[in-house]
Design a protein around this ligand. Structure first.
Ligand code: B12
Length: 283
C-alpha cells in the first residue's frame, strides 16, 4: 500500500507518516518517487499506537526531610505558588497522595503546630500556612479512570475545626477510585445520616483531631451504629494507608467499635505534652 493510504489508516497527515518513515518508526520501501508500506508493519504500528501510554516513571524522593524543610520554608514565608508547585511536581512525578500527605504535608503542619505551641509562630502565620496547604490539596483531588470501588462520606465531628486531615483522607480515597463526599466540618448528626443514606454510602469516615471533639465523635459513632451505617474513625497519628487497607478489605463491616476511635490522639498527645496547649490558636 502507498504511504498516503497508510497515513489515512493511521489517522495522521501524509507529512507525519513521511516523517515517521524518515525516523524509522514506520518501515517503507522506496519505489521510484513513492513509498510502499507493508500491511503487517502498518497493523503493528496501529496496534502499538492504540495502547495507552505507560504512566510517567515514579519520581523517587531521596530525602523527604529536605522536601519537608523546603515546604516548611515556603509555608512560613507565605510563598503559595512555590509551595503549590513543589507539591504539584511530586504529584506529576507519580508520587502517591498518601506519601505526599504523610511524608510532606503532615510533618510540615506538625512543625507549624510545634512552633505555634512554643510561641514562635503567630496565629496569622499558622492560618496562612494552613490555607496554602488546603489549596495545595485541591490539586491532588483526582479521580482516576476506572470502575468506582464504592461510596464514602468523609466528615469531621462538631467541635473540631481541623479540616485538613479529612481533606487529605478525601484526596487519598478519590485517588483510589472511591466516590467520596467530603462534608468538611460541623455537620449535624441528622444531616450526616441523611446524606449517607441519600448517597448510598458504603462507609462514613470520621476524622478527629481536636481532643475536645472526642465526645462528639463518640455520639456520631453511636448514631451511625443505630442507623446501621458502618464507619471508621481516625485522628492525629492514624495513617491514611491504614484507612485504605481497611476499606479495601472491607474490614469495617458491622464494626460497632473500632480501635482507631478509642484514642485517636494517644500517640501524639504524649509526644507533644512538653509544649502544652495553654496557648490558644484562636484568641
Ligand atoms: C492547622 C491547625 C489548626 C487550624 C485548623 C485549620 C484547618 N483548616 O484545618 C485551627 C486554627 C482551626 C486550629 C485550631 C485549634 N487547634 Co490546631 N492545629 C493545627 C495544626 C498546626 C495542623 C493540623 C493538621 O492539619 N495536621 C496535619 C494532619 C493532617 O496530620 P495527622 O493529624 O497525622 O492526620 C492524618 C490522619 O488524620 C489521617 N486520617 C484522616 N482521616 C482518617 C480516617 C481514618 C479512619 C484513618 C485511619 C486515618 C485518617 O490522615 C491524616 C494525614 O496523614 C496542628 C499541628 C499538628 N501536629 O497537626 C495543630 C493542633 C492539632 N491543634 C491543637 C490545638 C490545641 C488546637 C486548639 C484547641 C487551639 C485552641 N486552644 O484554640 C484549636 C481547636 C479548635 C477546634 N474547635 O477544633 C493541638 C492539639 C494538641 C492535642 N492533641 O491536644 C495541635 C497538635 C497543635 C499543638 N502542637 O499543640 N488548629
Amino acid at each position: 500500500m502507498d504511504l498516503k493510504d497508510a497515513a489515512n489508516q493511521l489517522g495522521v497527515h501524509y507529512q507525519t507518516a513521511y516523517q515517521w518513515v524518515r525516523e524509522g518508526k514506520l518501515r517503507a520501501e522506496k519505489i521510484g518517487a513513492s513509498y510502499n508500506v507493508d500491511e503487517e508493519d502498518l497493523r503493528q504500528l496501529i496496534q502499538q499506537r492504540s495502547k495507552p501510554a505507560p504512566p510517567p516513571p515514579k519520581v523517587k524522593v531521596r530525602d523527604w526531610h529536605q522536601q519537608k524543610e523546603k515546604l516548611l520554608g515556603h509555608l512560613l514565608r507565605g510563598e503559595e505558588l512555590q509551595a503549590r508547585s513543589q507539591v504539584q511536581r511530586l504529584a506529576d512525578g507519580n508520587v502517591s497522595v498518601v506519601e505526599i500527605c504523610e511524608q510532606l504535608l503532615s510533618p510540615a503542619l506538625a512543625e507549624i503546630g510545634e512552633r505555634w505551641a512554643e510561641g514562635s509562630l503567630t496565629i496569622a502565620e499558622e492560618h496562612r500556612a494552613s490555607a496554602i496547604v488546603e489549596r495545595s490539596l485541591a490539586n491532588l483531588m483526582l479521580s482516576p479512570a476506572g470502575r468506582p470501588k464504592g461510596v464514602v462520606v468523609v466528615a469531621t465531628p462538631p467541635g473540631d475545626e481541623h479540616s485538613l486531615p479529612a481533606t487529605m483522607a478525601t484526596a487519598a480515597l478519590r485517588n483510589n477510585r472511591w466516590i467520596t463526599h467530603h462534608l468538611g466540618t460541623q455537620v449535624p448528626a441528622d444531616d450526616l445520616v441523611k446524606i449517607s443514606k441519600d448517597t448510598g454510602a458504603d462507609l462514613v469516615v470520621l476524622t478527629v483531631t481536636n481532643p475536645q471533639a472526642l465526645q462528639a465523635a463518640k455520639s456520631l459513632e453511636k448514631r451511625l451504629e443505630e442507623e446501621g451505617i458502618p464507619y471508621l474513625t481516625g485522628g492525629m497519628g492514624s495513617r491514611l494507608g491504614d484507612l485504605l487497607a481497611a476499606i479495601e478489605a472491607k474490614s469495617w463491616t458491622n464494626s460497632s467499635s473500632n480501635a482507631l476511635s478509642e484514642e485517636p490522639h494517644a500517640q501524639r498527645r504524649d509526644e507533644r505534652s512538653a509544649h502544652g496547649t495553654e496557648n490558644s490558636l484562636r484568641n
